[in-house]
Ligand binder design. Structure first.
Ligand SMILES: NC(=O)C1=CN([C@@H]2O[C@H](COP(=O)(O)OP(=O)(O)OC[C@H]3O[C@@H](n4cnc5c(N)ncnc54)[C@H](O)[C@@H]3O)[C@@H](O)[C@H]2O)C=CC1
Ligand SMILES: O=C(O)[C@@H]1CCC=N1
Length: 264
């Protein structure tokens, strides 16, 4: 299976890294395009794949064509490639806000289009993605995309309306989690821990907590209560987090994120 990426920035690189590491397809079967010669050189060295400046070459090469540019470049890129995309090609969007119907209209011919929303933990094989195919896609086409995405993490099929929500809860959320880890590490540094060690302790605590949610099936509140000893240290931290509005901050941040995705 030949996989093409138009654009090879943060998200495409994370996906390609995961695809290669997990042997979803060979590096020789991946072709990506970027705008500058410098970025092509850098990505070639970093990922070991072929790169080109020519988006149309990628579109003609790919069985599965992933549009990995910013949402505001979608229109320009689709108009540039639409006459070379074959009707057998599965076109994959990873952008927020760009609806299936809008892309179908721009391609001006009936094509298989799959909207997805991945996230950067794909780079370490721990991505979380959603997938939604248009009416032209058979269940095998959707399965093909799911198989690629399963190569770098977990994938679930959703209705198109749900993709805006996925942006908030997993597409963008690694950024909030990194802020949380950074803040915890800063506090540990303030109390005397060396910075590199502080990142290890904070990140492993987040990793382990996430695994507990996924593997025990217990409610997150119950898991929180299991940490909070009577008259203990944790409940003091929880009191301050509630006072400073952690839950509300997360809630409002995600509402803003989803709203922005719907406006793209
Ligand atoms: N970064 C993230 O965590 C996530 C990003 N996404 C989506 O992935 C897409 C890409 O985002 P990033 O990788 O973060 O952006 P980026 O800015 O890191 O990468 C964009 C790439 O597109 C290239 N590019 C720009 N115009 C081009 C053109 N006309 N032809 C060919 N290449 C062109 C750039 O050279 C760059 O390699 C966006 O639609 C974004 O919303 C989705 C989920 C998560
Ligand atoms: O910030 C963004 O718009 C993209 C979409 C999800 C994560 N990054």
């Amino acid at each position: 299976m030949k996989i093409g990426f138009i654009g090879c920035g943060n998200m495409a690189s994370a996906m390609i890294g995961g695809i290669i590491k997990n042997q979803v397809t060979a590096p020789a079967d991946i072709l990506a395009s970027t705008k500058t010669a410098a970025s092509r050189e850098k990505k070639k060295e970093e990922l070991g794949i072929a790169l080109t400046a020519d988006n149309r070459e990628v579109a003609a090469f790919a069985d599965v064509l992933i549009l990995a540019v910013k949402p505001f470049y979608y229109e320009e890129v689709i108009k540039e490639i639409r006459d070379v995309v074959s009707e057998d090609t599965i076109v994959v969007s990873i952008a927020p806000g760009k609806k299936l119907a809008w892309m179908e209209g721009l391609f001006e011919k009936p094509l298989k289009i799959v909207r997805t929303m991945p996230n950067t933990p794909a780079l370490v094989g721990e991505g979380m993605s959603c997938v939604c195919g248009n009416e032209k896609c058979s269940s095998e086409d959707v399965d093909t995309v799911c198989r690629i995405f399963a190569g770098f993490g977990k994938t679930e099929i959703v209705e198109e309306d749900m993709i805006d929500v996925v942006v908030g809860v997993s597409g963008s959320s690694p950024a909030y989690v990194f802020m949380f880890i950074e803040a915890m590490a800063d506090a540990a540094v303030a109390d005397g821990m060396p910075r590199a060690q502080a990142y290890r302790f904070a990140a492993q605590a987040v990793l382990g907590s996430a695994k507990m949610v996924l593997e025990t099936g217990k409610h997150p509140g119950e898991l929180k209560d299991m940490v909070c000893s009577q008259k203990g240290t944790t409940i003091e931290a929880v009191r301050v987090l509630e006072e400073k509005g952690l839950r509300s901050a997360v809630f409002e941040a995600m509402k803003a994120c989803v709203k922005k995705g719907r406006e793209v």
